[in-house]
Design a protein around this ligand. Structure first.
Ligand SMILES: Nc1nc2c(ncn2[C@@H]2O[C@H](COP(=O)(O)OP(=O)(O)OP(=O)(O)O)[C@@H](O)[C@H]2O)c(=O)[nH]1
Length: 592
């Protein structure tokens, strides 16, 4: 062959080969023309109806990019829009992403272009950004190449970040079920980043403002209950303490009296003396209106004492309740005074009588020792019925208790049923103990037991009551003697003989001269150590005091001037005489 022809043939052959080789590439364009397929792809996605419409509304979105999709809802709408362009891409995704997407991509896979066309797109996709892929999907025609890149992103996007489709379930994405939809939807998730814009929710922070609830803390403030502690704070008591402390200076006043010792003592003594005089004056008021008043009238207004006056004085004294002997003693004193001066001064005579009376009463009587050794101090109260023995014991008990002495009353009057109860009332009133014997028990045994108890229980004072009895009844006086022995026996048990420390004979002043008779009879049976003149407040026969003391030479320890607990007074001869012979005697009619 001609070489030229040979080369021509070869050239033709080469050209033919090239033509063959190049032919497929030139056919690709027509494949794109098959793009009308996408609409079919939409058909298989009936549920995406709404989305399809939305996709049409989003045409502008691609230009704006991912940022153009703010809301989650928008992302949902975008999903369907992407479906259209992705119809061609889905096939590739189906291969890589898995079966779930097959359902949605079946149509496009079969009708779509060849895998080759998709692959190059994947290669580009590797360099592309997931966000851009999602956003660019809708504008396929304007940017044909881009739609190929988009399919690439969905590959990467899905696995890591978009897995949580649940986020889309809310809006009804369930309807968008198609996997492809899920993919684009995932992209919006990153857009969910705007969620932080939901920051407005943080505005709900106001709820934290509800923090005021913590203000409920005030409830803890209710802790004020613990504030009940305030009660301790009411310790205003402690506040009072400071005040109480102020009284501590109380010792000050105690010291003060010590400072002005003499003056204040003298003042106090005068005050006490004044009060005592008032007591005596009240108690002897009736007596003063008796024989004393008569004597006063004899001397009042008389320039000198005449013989007739001497006769009048004698008459008054002997008719008084002072007793004949005592009346004689007083009259002798007055007469001797008048005889010395011959010219008597009535006031002087009156002073002679007063001084002599004081001499009679002021006998030697030692102070009573209430803390004898051996103790306790034991007192027996004796006398006729109703003179005031029980009452006087109660008054005495009150004085001892007030003095801080442990006092025991012994109900030795077992004869009168109410006597024990009466003494019990006094015990409760003054706050001391009482020893009661059995009813109708031997009074001597009751005294023995009572005194023994007083010794055993360490009492300071044991005051024994006895039944009243007529001084004319020998058996009763014998019983009284027996009681005295029982008391001595109880006090002496286990040690040297000790007699009762005191036995007081109680005399009712209202009986006048008979009181003296009683005292003389009792003295024959029992050696009493002291006298108590009761009811002086109710009689004008107070002069009996002079007669009793002058006859018996026994001191009067107490006088009763009333029924109250403090109406028992220590007998003070000077006070008695001072009040009885006061010059300011009125001329009232006296009583005998
Ligand atoms: N006005 C006045 N009444 C007194 C005084 N002392 C006692 N009385 C009253 O005299 C009455 C008799 O007193 P009592 O203490 O029961 O006499 P009593 O000696 O214990 O009597 P008997 O147990 O029966 O022996 C009571 O009503 C006493 O209130 C006094 O000093 N003045």
């Amino acid at each position: 062959m001609d070489p030229i022809i040979y080369f021509v043939v070869i050239a033709v052959a080469v050209a033919a080969v090239l033509a063959v080789v190049l032919r497929p590439k030139k056919e690709l364009p027509p494949a794109k023309e098959a793009e009308p397929l996408p609409p079919k792809a939409r058909e298989p996605k009936p549920d995406a109806d709404a989305p399809a419409d939305d996709a049409k509304a989003e045409p502008d979105a691609p230009a704006d990019g991912a940022e153009a999709k703010p809301d989650a809802d928008a992302s949902e709408d975008q999903a369907p829009a992407k479906d259209a362009p992705e119809a061609e891409e889905d096939p590739a995704k189906a291969d890589e992403d898995g079966p779930d997407e097959d359902a949605a991509s079946d149509a496009p896979a079969e009708e779509g272009p060849s895998d080759d066309a998709a692959k190059p797109a994947d290669a580009d996709a590797d360099e592309a950004k997931a966000d851009e892929a999602g956003d660019e999907a809708p504008t396929e025609e304007a940017k044909p190449a881009e739609p190929e890149k988009k399919p690439a992103f969905p590959r990467f996007a899905p696995p890591p970040t978009f897995a949580p489709p649940p986020t889309f379930k809310k809006p009804g994405l369930g309807k968008l079920t198609p996997p492809s939809v899920a993919k684009p939807a995932k992209k919006p998730e990153p857009e969910k980043a705007p969620e932080p814009e939901k920051a407005p929710e943080p505005e709900k922070a106001p709820e934290p403002e509800k923090a005021p609830e913590p203000e409920k803390a005030p409830e803890p403030e209710k802790a004020p209950e613990p504030e009940k502690a305030p009660e301790p704070e009411q310790v205003p008591e402690p506040e009072e303490e400071p005040q109480a402390k102020s009284p501590t200076p109380v010792p000050m006043p105690v010291d003060k009296p010590k400072v002005p010792t003499r003056e204040e003592r003298e003042a106090a003594a005068l005050d006490a003396k004044k009060k005592q005089r008032e007591r005596y004056r009240a108690g002897l008021a009736k007596t003063k209106r008796g024989f004393i008043a008569k004597l006063a009238r004899l001397f009042k207004g008389k320039p000198k004492v005449s013989d007739d006056l001497k006769d009048d004085i004698e008459e008054v004294l002997f008719t008084a309740d002072i007793g004949a002997r005592t009346a004689e003693t007083l009259l002798e004193s007055v007469t001797s005074e008048l005889d010395k001066k011959e010219v008597a001064d009535p006031d002087a005579v009156w002073e002679v009588i007063r001084r002599k009376a004081l001499d009679i009463l002021d006998i030697d009587a030692p102070e009573i020792d209430y803390t004898p050794d051996p103790g306790p101090y034991v007192l027996l109260m004796i006398g006729v019925n109703g003179v005031g023995k029980t009452t006087t014991l109660g008054k005495l008990a009150a004085r001892h208790v007030e003095a801080g002495r442990k006092t025991l009353l012994v109900a030795g009057d077992t004869f009168r049923a109410a006597a024990g109860e009466q003494l019990e009332v006094w015990a409760r009133r003054v706050g001391c103990d009482i020893h009661l014997g059995k009813e109708n028990a031997d009074p001597s045994s009751v005294l023995f037991d009572g005194i023994t108890r007083g010794r055993d229980e360490g009492y300071d004072i044991v005051l024994c009551d006895t039944a009243g009895r007529l001084h004319t009844r020998k058996e009763l006086m014998a019983e009284l003697a027996k009681m005295g022995r029982a008391a001595t026996k109880a006090l002496s048990k286990g040690r040297d003989e000790v007699e009762p420390h005191d036995i007081f004979l109680v005399l009712d002043a209202t009986i006048g001269q008979n009181a003296l008779a009683q005292a003389q009879m009792f003295k024959e049976t029992m050696a009493f150590s002291g006298l108590v003149l009761t009811k002086l407040d109710g009689t004008a026969k107070g002069g009996v005091v002079l007669g009793v003391v002058d006859e018996l030479k026994i001191p009067i320890r107490y006088i009763g001037v009333g029924e109250a607990v403090d109406d028992l007074r220590r007998f003070d001869p000077e006070a008695y005489c001072e009040v009885l012979f006061e010059n300011e005697q009125d001329d009232e009619q006296g009583e005998n």
